[in-house]
Design a protein around this ligand. Structure first.
Ligand SMILES: Cc1cc2nc3c(=O)[nH]c(=O)nc-3n(C[C@H](O)[C@H](O)[C@H](O)COP(=O)(O)OP(=O)(O)OC[C@H]3O[C@@H](n4cnc5c(N)ncnc54)[C@H](O)[C@@H]3O)c2cc1C
Length: 455
């Protein structure tokens, strides 16, 4: 099919939602143009070159579990699978008061039961705590739809969980996965998380991670696929508004006043940015107005470069410490032999970082240097050669009770207009998986629309 004869789609936003929509539409034979405001792709999952060390630094450590099937397929589709590592099962060290316990699935028990030993041998919990945990998992396994207004912590307490299991197990997983404390996330989000990742086949709970910077992982690779299908990816293009003709969306307007036209437009943006592009008469409608109420939560990343290795594992969770989760970036990026000075790059990921987002760099350095030295003895005698922080204030959308009411479907009542973005209705919390699912759903809706007689 020649380019002229092909139906066209404009995708606004070069994050994972826009890129997955763009790749999917390109592969279905449509002419795609992706427009991204910033000079680089990846959206909230990007990397930059640290000017001092020259090393690629991610805007925040990104990991995914084996249950993220559409994100993993997207990586395969853009030929980026070789740039991630995905173990076959859950295996995570958890440090508390100098002792390490492992959340480790069995390699010889088949099926979902393989995750049982991870819970039963988790010795940061008393025997009573482990039995409670098991009971909680059984209740989650058979949970129906919880009340829309209940928090996960309230639900857990109604199902036999106490302070010990909540702080040493449930919140250890909830805080980094849902980017909010267990006391504020909804019961439905918490139940979905454990049903999806921990109560299925063992590979679904395994934690995968990229071995290259995030921009290189997905942005560049997706751009190549879109271009190889004759599409365009245009960066540093800040879309100003939608062009609407007789109630149909026919394109977008740029700040220069120029317009770009297409048969369909996908807004693959965070909720607030999407609302800003809608004309006032649309933004206030029953369909679009809930998006104004999507709330966001911060993540703060603290990066330390030590002059020598201070930790062995690729990552570790830490209890009873502000450290939360600590990532050995040197090891994850398989840089051991390549690290010029023999040092180690460690990233601390602070989720639900309300407490940290307004701290100065000096305050963060003081707190986290001290904590690292307490938890990893080798850090006490190592020298820090570089220290940076990355604050992402609107890192994820919040999954508090009733937050689902604010998520919009990908198909809108406006002909020619489609939505994508992790916050749109995917059934997933704010994750790369949700972003890719939204992009795929939007692409399917566009394909249905463009194949119909209307456009
Ligand atoms: C620090 C941090 C850590 C995270 N950790 C994880 C993790 O471990 N695992 C996980 O699964 N998820 C994680 N996430 C969440 C994940 O990054 C997001 O869910 C996902 O990247 C969202 O993708 P998106 O395409 O929906 O939105 P975005 O990535 O926000 O993409 C929207 C794009 O639209 C562009 N844009 C905005 N306005 C315009 C305009 N007017 N014109 C043109 N372009 C515009 C933006 O520049 C942006 O590139 C993390 C996020 C952060 C910030």
């Amino acid at each position: 099919m020649s380019t002229r004869a092909r139906k066209s789609a404009l995708v606004v936003g070069g994050g994972l939602a826009g890129l997955s929509a763009g790749v999917s539409l390109s592969r279905s034979g449509f002419h795609v143009t992706v427009l991204e405001k910033r000079p680089f792709l990846g959206g909230r999952a990007f990397s930059f070159n640290d000017p001092e060390t020259g090393v690629e630094v991610d805007n925040g450590q990104h990991v995914f579990v084996g249950a993220c099937t559409e994100y993993m397929q997207f990586l395969r589709d853009i030929d980026a699978w070789q740039n991630v590592r995905m173990p076959t099962r859950l295996s995570t060290p958890v440090i508390r008061n100098g002792k390490t316990a492992w959340l480790q699935a069995s390699s010889w028990i088949p099926g979902a039961a393989a995750n049982l030993p991870a819970l039963l041998s988790y010795n940061h919990l008393s025997i009573n705590g482990r039995l409670r945990l098991l009971y909680g998992m059984v209740r989650i396994r058979f949970a129906g739809d919880p009340s829309e207004t209940e928090t996960f912590v309230a639900w857990l307490r109604r199902h036999g969980q106490n302070d010990e299991t909540i702080s040493r197990f449930w919140n250890l997983i909830v805080l980094p996965s849902l980017n909010d404390d267990i006391t504020v996330v909804s019961a439905s989000a918490g139940i979905m998380l454990f049903q999806t990742a921990l109560l299925g086949e063992p590979h679904k709970a395994a934690i995968g991670y990229p071995v290259v910077g995030l921009s290189r992982l997905a942005g560049d690779a997706a751009q190549s696929v879109i271009e190889s299908h004759g599409g365009d990816v245009r960066k540093s293009v800040d879309v100003h508004s939608l062009v609407i003709d007789n109630g149909h969306v026919t394109g977008v307007r740029l700040p220069s006043g120029d317009t770009l036209t297409a048969d369909a437009v996908v807004l693959a943006l965070p909720a607030a940015a999407m609302c800003d592009l809608l004309p006032g008469s649309y933004a206030g409608t029953d369909f679009f107005s809930p998006a104004r109420h999507v709330e966001t939560a911060p993540i703060v990343g603290v990066h330390l470069w030590y002059d020598r290795p201070v930790m062995d594992d690729p990552f570790a969770a830490v209890l009873d410490s502000p450290l939360q989760w600590v990532f050995n970036v040197t090891k994850m990026h398989e840089r051991e032999s390549g690290e010029a000075d023999g040092g180690q790059h460690v990233a601390i990921s602070l989720s639900g970082a309300w407490q940290w987002k307004d701290k100065t760099k000096a305050e963060l350095r003081d707190t986290f240097t001290r904590e690292m030295a307490k938890v990893f003895p080798a850090a006490a005698t190592a020298t820090i050669t570089r220290f940076i922080t990355v604050k992402m204030l609107d890192a994820t959308f919040r999954v508090t009770p009733r937050a689902e009411d604010h998520r919009l479907p990908q198909e809108t009542p406006v002909p020619g207009l489609f939505l994508a973005g992790d916050w749109t209705r995917t059934g997933w919390p704010s994750t790369m998986e949700s972003a890719v699912r939204s992009g795929n759903l939007a692409a399917e809706a566009v394909a249905r629309y463009l194949s119909s007689e209307h456009p």
